[in-house]
Design a binder for this molecule. Structure first.
Ligand SMILES: [Zn+2]
Length: 876
């Protein structure tokens, strides 16, 4: 599943330290019965949002049992029949539904003896309006109002569609048939086997049997679709879109062919299914962007289609990167699946690492390798807080499993894999991955299975290092205690602490840390810091750089003199190391481990010819700092003057119009600079954005800038402008563009307009899946307003967000607050609405609020003082 925008992401919710001593969960279901095949037939009734289902499940009873329990949620049974292998029919069982456990239990008067049986169930279910179970997405096109149906099952919503053993370790074969209106297209994991015209306007579409797989990977979509295909070796690649939008999926289809070749080679096991579709859906979710159903990836249109009126190069990169992530799941997740949600990171961390690696290798001109630092920061921001958790964590409930889809699972997982690959070498690492896939294909695995395979293939002891970074939370802090040059060589003493943002007195955990050290211009040297200390000699006496290449998951503290040395040579560092040093300096400064103004000194030291991605990160960080000054009138104005004085010359250098032959990172930087300067209310940029908005010439608002310019307009809108944007949103027919326009309406800094956006979000006008994004949009500037409003209208908001996301959606709205009163409100919300053990989203939000209040109190004064004396261009 894909959960964040890879290139310009902001952290979402997270969870806290899990109890590691609890016994492992294998299944929440009684384990006397296991399924092997589901023969499922469904008839959706789209107009009434209901469906009929029939399923016959081949089961094996392993021990005598009087009852059979499986998962079922919001289903009603009309018949339940158990028959033996020889056709013996058992008396109808008593049916008990448990809504809390999300199960159905069938109780028989006499024990069912071990053996093979068939369990036949007829039932009805509901079609939702949010992405959970079978759900409907409404949209409008030239032919009028349309309704398409899709399924979304991860982590535990297949049980809303089929009564089933809905856990990753209960793999089985799924044979699916759907009875649908004849003009519509039905798509599932497998190719269509037969199509039978029932003569009443309906067609029964039967799909070929699935491979042996987990229930959360099953998929069905029904709608007025178009499909394009491309044969690649033995695999038919496809894209499926609503009618009329197929040309916008061309890039995704071509990219799939390139990525498939790359993975077939990397994993050394060819993609095993006959076809692989990527199915585009209008609308959005506050939970995810894409889902790796085997053979039928689901992706929201905004992350699969390129619309010529609004899509940018960054969108194109995201389409590629997300597809590369989902396709990596075809092996890591679908072919080999984690045994239980404790090891979710095996799916998500690996797909994140593999997808970004494929993107770097297949599109070197994008230079996305530099984005590894931003991805690592996403994880570290959460991992430095008390509410973090180990990469491998104890999961007891499906709600906890939902909370596990977070920065630690995705991004720390990715960073740790990248560090270990670097440590043992890319070829040996790949050999280990191949051995793991080969050994566990069509089965389930745990983290240690991967470590053993890699250690076996490489002959290098990595298991202890891997355990240190995945079984305990947190971030090592590598401190340079001393560095002395003698005879052309620098002798270093390193020690290991722990980096935290909120617990300065915490006793550090201990890690075995692979560290790379280099002096400028010389070869890097690797050392493993063990037991908290290491000493190492490196060639050269020039400026010292730790974590050269930035493959390590740790922060580096140099001490004032050595930091001054490296700052003076900042422009001579490799771009990736400039990004890493900037990130460490920012984080260490905000945590009080070095002066918070050091970050601004680096910003001032950055040269205009530095890598564009360094300037992207600078713009990003200055935007964050500006948010910390929210509501601080004169202080914020002084900060903004500094930030504008650094960023605007860069924009002037690049110009507002793309230049022929310029690089991808330059194109993306231009957009980022306009966006950030607009958010800083830079008068020149706001005025130019308005001029372009008024200009009748369409060239003034090219697709590459349209969304960004509209964002600047919306952020700084008055009531008349807001009404005009609203009218444009109302008139827009293309779902993806329409959703964007409604989301922009929620960005206004005018509090009266923010209120109007909240009220608009709860009307039927924006569409059932956009409201959640609108309310969240308001929360960026007005967290207290958005949180209070959402709670005051909780029933209406609940109906407009993914039901499983409520436990962290509401906390996310208040997490940007600087008001101590929000802490109590958040705790009260969690106590009332969230089960004990699933409150980590709320706990993390509370921790964020406390941290930001402390940061404003303790760190901003030093920045004020520095800004009062510093000139933007002045040297240190
Ligand atoms: Zn994923």
């Amino acid at each position: 599943m894909f959960r964040r925008v890879l290139f310009f992401a902001t952290a979402l919710a997270s969870l806290s330290l899990a109890a590691t001593a609890a016994p492992p969960v294998r299944t929440q279901l009684p384990d006397a019965v296991v399924p092997s095949l589901y023969d499922v037939s469904v008839t959706p009734h789209a107009a009434s949002l209901t469906f009929d289902g029939q399923v016959t499940i081949n089961i094996d009873v392993l021990r005598p049992t009087r009852s059979i329990t499986l998962n079922a949620l919001d289903l009603a049974f009309s018949s339940v029949a158990l028959s033996g292998a020889e056709g013996t029919v058992f008396p109808a069982p008593q049916v008990t539904m448990d809504a809390k456990a999300q199960t159905a239990t069938f109780s028989f008067p006499d024990p069912v003896e071990p053996g093979a049986y068939r369990l036949a169930l007829a039932y009805t279910g509901r079609i939702g309006t949010q992405a959970a179970g079978l759900f409907a997405l409404d949209y409008e096109n030239a032919a009028g109002k349309q309704r398409a149906l899709f399924t979304q099952f991860e982590d535990a919503d297949a049980r809303r569609f089929i009564p089933c053993w809905d856990e990753p370790a209960y793999k089985a074969i799924f044979r699916l048939a759907a009875t649908v209106p004849s003009p519509l297209m039905a798509v599932s994991n497998m190719p269509v086997a037969t199509r039978e015209d029932l003569g009443n306007g309906l067609t029964r579409v039967s799909f070929r049997p699935s491979p042996w797989m987990s229930s959360y990977l099953l998929f069905l979509a029904v709608g007025d679709f178009e499909r394009a295909t491309l044969q690649s070796g033995d695999t038919e690649l496809g894209v499926v879109t609503q009618r009329g939008l197929l040309p916008q999926a061309g890039f995704a289809l071509d990219s799939a062919a390139v990525v498939l070749d790359y993975y077939n080679d990397y994993f050394d096991i060819p993609y095993p299914l006959a076809k692989l579709d990527n199915v585009a859906a209008p609308g959005r979710s506050t939970f995810f962007g894409a889902m790796e159903n085997w053979g039928a990836i689901f992706t929201f249109e905004h992350t699969l289609l390129l619309d010529p009126t609004i899509s940018t190069l960054a969108d194109k990169q995201r389409v590629f990167a997300v597809q590369a992530h989902e396709m990596a799941h075809m092996w890591f997740g679908d072919l080999v699946t984690m045994r239980w949600w404790d090891d979710l990171w095996l799916n998500e961390g690996f797909a994140s690492w593999m997808g970004s690696r494929a993107t770097e290798d297949l599109h070197p001109e994008w230079n996305t390798a530099l984005r590894a630092v931003a991805a690592r920061e996403w994880a570290m921001n959460r991992d430095a807080m008390a509410t973090t958790h180990p990469v491998v964590q104890h999961i007891a409930t499906v709600q906890q499993a939902r909370l596990a889809f977070d920065a630690i699972t995705y991004s720390k997982g990715r960073a740790v894999l990248g560090m270990l690959e670097d440590y043992i070498g890319a070829d040996k690492w790949r050999d280990g991955v191949r051995a793991y896939i080969d050994r566990h294909a069509y089965g389930n695995a745990v983290s240690n299975d991967l470590w053993s395979a890699v250690q076996g293939a490489s002959g290098q002891p990595i298991i202890d290092i891997a355990h240190d970074f995945t079984l305990q939370p947190g971030i090592p802090l590598i401190k340079v205690d001393s560095a002395q040059c003698t005879g052309g060589k620098t002798q270093l003493a390193l020690s290991q602490g722990e980096f935290t943002r909120d617990r300065p007195d915490k006793k550090p955990l201990s890690w075995r840390v692979p560290v790379t050290v280099q002096t400028l211009g010389d070869e890097p040297v690797r050392v493993l810091v063990v037991g908290g200390k290491a000493s190492v000699g490196v060639p050269g006496c020039e400026t010292l750089l730790v974590n050269a290449g930035q493959r390590g998951y740790y922060r580096t503290l140099y001490g004032p003199d050595r930091f001054a040395g490296i700052r003076d040579h900042f422009s001579q560092l490799a771009p990736i190391d400039q990004l890493g040093l900037l990130a460490d300096t920012w984080a260490l400064g905000m945590a009080g481990l070095q002066p918070s103004s050091d970050f601004l000194r680096l910003v001032r030291a950055a040269t205009t010819d530095a890598d564009p991605q360094l300037w992207q990160d600078i713009a990003d960080d200055l935007g964050t700092l500006d948010r910390y000054y929210r509501g601080e009138g004169a202080r914020q104005a002084r900060f903004r003057a500094f930030a504008s004085a650094r960023l605007r010359p860069m924009l002037e250098r690049l110009g507002w119009q793309p230049v022929a032959g310029e690089s991808a990172p330059v194109k993306i930087l231009r957009v980022q600079l306009i966006d950030t300067l607009g958010s800083l209310a830079d008068p020149v940029v706001v005025q130019e954005a308005r001029r372009r908005y008024e200009d009748k010439d369409p060239a003034a608002m090219p697709a590459s800038l349209r969304r960004t310019l509209l964002g600047v307009i919306a952020l700084n809108a008055d009531a008349d402008t807001w009404d005009r944007l609203h009218a444009e949103a109302l008139a827009e027919k293309t779902p993806m563009v329409r959703d964007e326009l409604y989301t922009l309406l929620a960005r206004s800094r005018d509090p009266a307009l923010a209120r109007r956006a909240l009220e608009l979000a709860l009307t039927d006008e924006p569409g059932a899946t956009v409201s959640g994004s609108m309310i969240r949009g308001v929360s960026a500037e007005y967290p207290d307003l958005a949180f209070d409003f959402a709670l005051a209208h909780k029933d209406a908001v609940d109906a407009r967000i993914d039901p499983n996301e409520r436990i962290r959606y509401y906390p996310s709205l208040g997490s940007n607050s600087y008001d101590p009163a929000m802490i109590d409100k958040m705790a009260a919300f969690a106590g009332k609405y969230i089960a004990t053990g699933s409150r980590r989203g709320a706990e993390a939000a509370i921790e964020d609020i406390r941290y930001h209040i402390a940061l404003r109190r303790d760190r901003l004064p030093a920045i004020d003082a520095w800004l009062a004396t510093a000139q933007p261009g002045q040297a240190d």
